[in-house]
Design a protein around this ligand. Structure first.
Ligand code: BGC
Ligand code: CA
Length: 597
């Protein structure tokens, strides 16, 4: 029997190994093949280059559990974040997206919420939150919160009431299948040990639906009362002054309550099967009308749409839904570790750029809390190449069209970590997958090999502040082990070294802020077939820049296309000297941004 490791839409049975969000990425890839890639022609003012603060900002994704512990319990907290606000400000980022900080039993690190209006006690109090928000706003930083409403925790008061009786006023806040109707139609769950999305619940002799773990029952968006409750929660936080929401797993909220059979739902296609259910866009338009349109905030949907056409439906300004979306196809490319090709990455990013060239807007990212570290996946984390490749990846993020999302620690070039067996992992996806593996007597060696590369815990290790014990993250025992490389790879060391990844990150942000061409300029891919060099121009109002990225650990030469002549000093360069034409001699992972005109 084949044994599978699921780390959120992931599978081991594919030769390409398990990956986070792989199912979704793979299905996007398939959809992508039939889509045409057109080259954008940008007229003077398209809806895409209409100025908005959320297009010009750089988003810093902050994982609160791992950022800074203030009281020695080994868990990062709000006071810890507040104590580091000057650092965040010093980066030049404009917006901080916080992963969930609401009350939660933490089956899935806060993505299982038991009270949407309360702060998780481990993270602090509402006073701590208010102080954090004030501290951010005082420094000109905006705050975006995660909104997790595809599901709640099974410990939420709604669910406790709903499961107690079939006549509970909250019964219809969730999906139930009465046992007298027989076994419910198969649905796949990504975190469930058996991947069964229906959990039998004895008190009311019924099954409830959970696309994620059994402690994450799905909320019933067909019920207008539930929707109104969600809108009230949104207003509660918006009235406190927060600046937007990142909408978790929102593409899954719409479901047909009759549960028609979905044949052969597996780990690799479940996202596609669940995506875009009936009335999804009615819900978003209602949410916009009732809540979002009353505030000047940003909204970003996770993984919206199975392809660019569907993704556009979320963010076409005329439809009045959300501001931007981030796709999984880019991170998905690198998850095919054995077959990863730079040309695939170029194709994917170029396709998505073209799709949003005239209207709509997208996020640009290469990593997050569900992915391994970007430098370990798309760069080269060996000592000789870690710093240049991390700088190259940050250059990429900050010179593409779209709002850049930088995951905390990537500004230092933090890498995948080292885990010695299942006890070192904390992620529900990894642990439940291991339980299944044991039950099925699967291949442990292959399992751990995959987990080491792709586990979500790789990017969740504590932030590396300095070389003191536990990297300065905590005075206690961290909830997840610190990456042993903190001794040399840490913020304090990088602060002192003007050629560090950190300083390069700051420079790149400063350049983006200074030059609107990097925000709004038309993107044009060059030399699409080159397997090592990713080169493109950005053009706006007569100004043009050229970005040349050597995505490889070897020196490469790249001939400047006729007619493209750099002028003056490069805006950005991750080596002390910049190559000059007509053939650019690039160092391993060299990244240079030239002004052309
Ligand atoms: C989040 C994951 C989470 C899942 C369930 C995802 O979109 O990013 O971290 O496990 O939703 O809430
Ligand atoms: Ca703490």
């Amino acid at each position: 029997m084949k044994v599978r490791y699921y780390s959120f839409f992931a599978s081991l049975n594919r030769p390409a190994v398990a990956l986070l969000l792989a199912g979704l990425a793979a299905s996007c890839n398939q959809a992508g093949k039939t889509e045409t890639t057109t080259t954008a022609t940008t007229p003077a003012a398209t809806a895409s280059n209409k100025a908005d603060w959320w297009k010009e900002t750089v988003v810093y994704q902050l994982y609160p559990r791992s950022f800074q512990d203030s009281n020695g319990d080994g868990v990062g907290d709000l006071k810890g974040i507040t104590s580091r606000l000057d650092y965040l400000k010093s980066l030049g980022v404009g917006t901080v997206w916080l992963n969930p900080i609401y009350a939660s039993p933490n089956d899935d690190n806060g993505y299982d919420i038991s009270d949407y209006r309360a702060i998780m006690p481990e993270f602090g109090t509402m006073q701590d939150f208010d102080a954090l928000l004030q501290g951010m706003h005082g420094r000109g930083l905006k705050l975006v919160m995660d909104l997790v409403v595809n599901h709640s925790s099974d410990e939420h008061a709604w669910f406790k009431s709903a499961r107690a009786s079939r006549t509970s006023p909250y019964r219809d806040f969730y999906y139930w299948w009465p046992a007298e109707k027989g076994t419910p139609p198969a649905r796949y769950s990504t975190f469930d040990v058996k991947h069964d999305a229906w959990q039998y619940d004895a008190p009311t002799k019924s099954y409830y639906l959970h696309y994620f773990s059994k402690k994450q029952p799905d909320l019933n968006w067909n019920n207008p009362k539930l929707r109104q409750e969600v809108y009230k929660i949104m207003r509660f936080w918006l009235d406190k002054g927060i600046d937007g929401f990142r909408m978790d797993a929102f593409q899954f909220v719409a479901k047909d309550p009759s549960f028609p059979p979905i044949p052969n739902v597996t780990e690799s296609n479940f996202a596609n099967s669940y995506n875009h259910g009936p009335r999804l866009h009615d819900y978003l338009q209602e949410m916009n009308r009732e809540v979002l349109s009353h505030y000047n905030v940003m909204t970003v949907a996770e993984g919206a749409g199975r392809n660019v056409t569907e993704a556009m439906l979320f963010v076409d300004p005329a439809r009045k839904e959300l501001n931007m979306t981030y796709h999984f196809e880019g991170v998905g490319v690198g998850n095919n570790a054995d077959t990863y090709q730079l040309t695939d990455l170029k194709r994917v990013f170029t396709k998505w750029d073209s799709a949003f060239a005239q209207k709509g807007w997208q996020a640009i990212d290469l990593g997050n809390h569900d992915q391994p570290r970007m430098v370990s996946k798309f760069g080269d984390d060996r000592p000789a190449f870690r710093a240049p490749s991390a700088k190259l990846l940050n250059t990429f993020l900050l010179t593409m069209r779209g709002t850049p999302y930088c995951y905390n620690g990537d500004e230092l070039g933090m890498t995948n970590s080292k885990f010695n067996g299942i006890a070192d992992y904390r992620d529900v996806a990894a642990r439940n997958a291991y339980t299944l593996l044991k039950q099925q007597k699967g291949d442990e060696k292959a399992f751990f090999h995959t987990l080491a590369r792709f586990s979500r815990d790789n990017s969740r290790t504590p932030f590396q502040w300095d070389d003191s014990a536990q990297a300065g993250f905590t005075t206690g025992t961290p909830w997840l082990n610190v990456n042993p490389n903190y001794v040399t790879l840490n913020r304090a060391a990088e602060e002192k070294d003007s050629s560090s990844v950190l300083h390069h990150f700051r420079r790149a942000i400063a350049v983006r802020k200074q030059h609107k061409v990097l925000v709004y300029g038309q993107y044009q891919l060059l030399d699409a077939a080159n397997p090592n060099i990713y080169a493109y121009t950005r053009t706006l109002n007569g100004e043009q820049v050229l970005v040349v990225l050597n995505f490889s650990s070897a020196p490469r030469t790249w001939a400047l296309p006729a007619g493209l002549t750099p002028t003056g000093q490069p805006w950005l360069n991750n080596y002390p000297t910049a190559p000059t034409g007509p053939a650019l001699a690039l160092q391993p992972w060299q990244a240079v941004v030239y002004r052309l005109r």
